[in-house]
Design a protein around this ligand. Sequence first.
Ligand SMILES: Cc1cc2nc3c(=O)[nH]c(=O)nc-3n(C[C@H](O)[C@H](O)[C@H](O)COP(=O)(O)OP(=O)(O)OC[C@H]3O[C@@H](n4cnc5c(N)ncnc54)[C@H](O)[C@@H]3O)c2cc1C
Length: 615
Amino acid sequence: MECSTYTSSQPNLVWGENIDVEISGVGRNITEELRDVSGGKKERRMQRLVRKREVNEAGRLMSTARNESFKRAVSLYRAGAHLSSAMTTVSPTSIIHLFKLSPPNGRPRAQTRVRCSIAEGPTISPSSVDGRGTVDCVVVGGGISGLCIAQALATKHRDTVPNVIVTEARDQVGGNITTVERDGYLWEEGPNSFQPSDSILTMAVDSGLKDELVLGDPDAPRFVLWKGKLRPVPAKPTDLPFFDLMSFGGKLRAGFGALGIRPPPPGHEESVEEFVRRNLGDEVFERLIEPFCSGVYAGDPSKLSMKAAFGRVWKLEQIGGSIIGGTVKTIQERNNAPKPPRDPRLPKPKGQTVGSFRKGLSMLPDAISKRLGSNVKLSWKLTSISKLDNQEYKLTYETPEGLASVQTKSVVMTIPSYTASNLFRPLSDVAAGALSQFFYPPVAAVTVSYPTEAFRAECLIDGELKGFGQLHPRSQGLETLGTIYSSSLFPNRAPPGRVLLLNYIGGATNPGIKFKTHSELVEAVDRDLRKVLIDPRAKEPLALGVRIWPQAIPQFLVGHLDILDTAKSALRDIGFRGMFLGGNYVSGVALGRCVEGAYEVAAEVSDFLSQQAYK
Ligand SMILES: Cc1cc2nc3c(=O)[nH]c(=O)nc-3n(C[C@H](O)[C@H](O)[C@H](O)COP(=O)(O)OP(=O)(O)OC[C@H]3O[C@@H](n4cnc5c(N)ncnc54)[C@H](O)[C@@H]3O)c2cc1C
């Protein structure tokens, strides 16, 4: 695989990362070339079309062009059906040839640096993808969303969608899920655990992982740092009167607000901060919800949308007039509706807990991938999408064997929205523009270990660190967002006598962390831990892993759902039925929501293909 930056008067080879810049750059210069060699009406029309990116139409006009170079361009356009495909299916020589067309008046043109990625090696035709022609569905992205969609299609919709492949740009599946095992430690560098909802448990059981499931102790406390002290968060309603994280007045305000004695909703989409302060008061916001937003989204609650980020709670007020009214109504509706029997294969988690697997979260994507076998294509990076005349899609990939194209009846895009935006740019400016608006702040996962004796005595129970972990409200002066007590939460995460801590730092309110070195991040985390958990005289920690996610978690900001609707309807407007958007910026960021979203998208794909079958 070779990628190049082409300089029109002097070709040289450099890697260019941003495919959108590459394509628009190349587009402009092809237009330039056309202007140079053409004089006729047809060519001028062609230039306009290329400029407007109506490349298929330009290709049709070119097919009658006189000039040999134009004929070459026609075949390029045809090969890719649109400009981006064309650029990924040409050889270096042909690009150079195209750009060397008749310099104006024989003078060397001013240097124009154009980035383009050029793959060498054979192009794999659709029929050579495991000997299959058109597939029913291609799932783009092998993170938890993509794999669960493929698994849901395989387990629940096999009749309508039998032929599915998952394509993943990296050489391993899992996306954000990254488990590392070394020197007797096992740690996570992305997500650390999940809420064991029935969807995710079904996925785990269907993947053969029932016996590998590990669940945290539901009685283990979660802490919030407030005024220098780690204070437990209430785990159940009966804890409410006794916990010391909030004052009596704060609890009273929250209780009245939850019953509906509070200002009515305003006429605009509320941020999480606005909704919670209005409904439950300042203390609930500052001491519980603000740190919780850091824990889930690494987000800024003054910008996150209550409706988009915490839709289920938002809905309670809508349906019941207050949070408690909505809860009562939801319970009544649930009790009145006949409930399908629970899958007897599923384990029954007790209380408020979180889950993982014996060898970490990666066990789930790995198990699904193993079941899907050769239907998972690793190191397949999608570089362009085009719609064919028969309404199917042609996806073009860079692969270790060269370029590959796959023809498919439907596509589910589970890649991050900013990558999807680049891929849709040549097809719909509106869809691309909408998808480029979602913000993914950076987060670093810093994993360190201390001996048990390094912990402050007041933080240990029976000589051990117990609990899920701790969250730090931004007002409390610590840079670290929160710390997971990994070795207390799940078994076999650290050697005896050692404690493993996973710390998250950065997020929407601290994007500067992506410029810090690994040792600066470890120092920042260690400094914070010594203020609350670790004896200040303890030796330096063992720094096991630092992973910086430059674009970590999509923020469901005010306006998120409208922007998503704009992207979806723009795709419908260009006739892209059968093209589905999935992944965490659509379903919700928690792993459980990604899995629920996967079942929903799989059902939509199945409906779409059943309807097609009857046409
Ligand atoms: C640091 C961190 C901590 C988190 N902690 C938790 C937690 O404790 N609990 C929880 O529930 N959630 C947590 N989350 C959120 C959760 O991990 C994610 O929302 C979820 O993993 C997203 O999965 P996904 O499949 O939608 O996307 P991704 O995991 O982003 O997968 C997308 C995949 O698409 C691939 N791809 C990209 N471009 C292309 C292309 N052109 N062609 C082919 N493939 C491509 C990528 O390589 C990637 O594998 C955390 C996230 C982060 C980053």
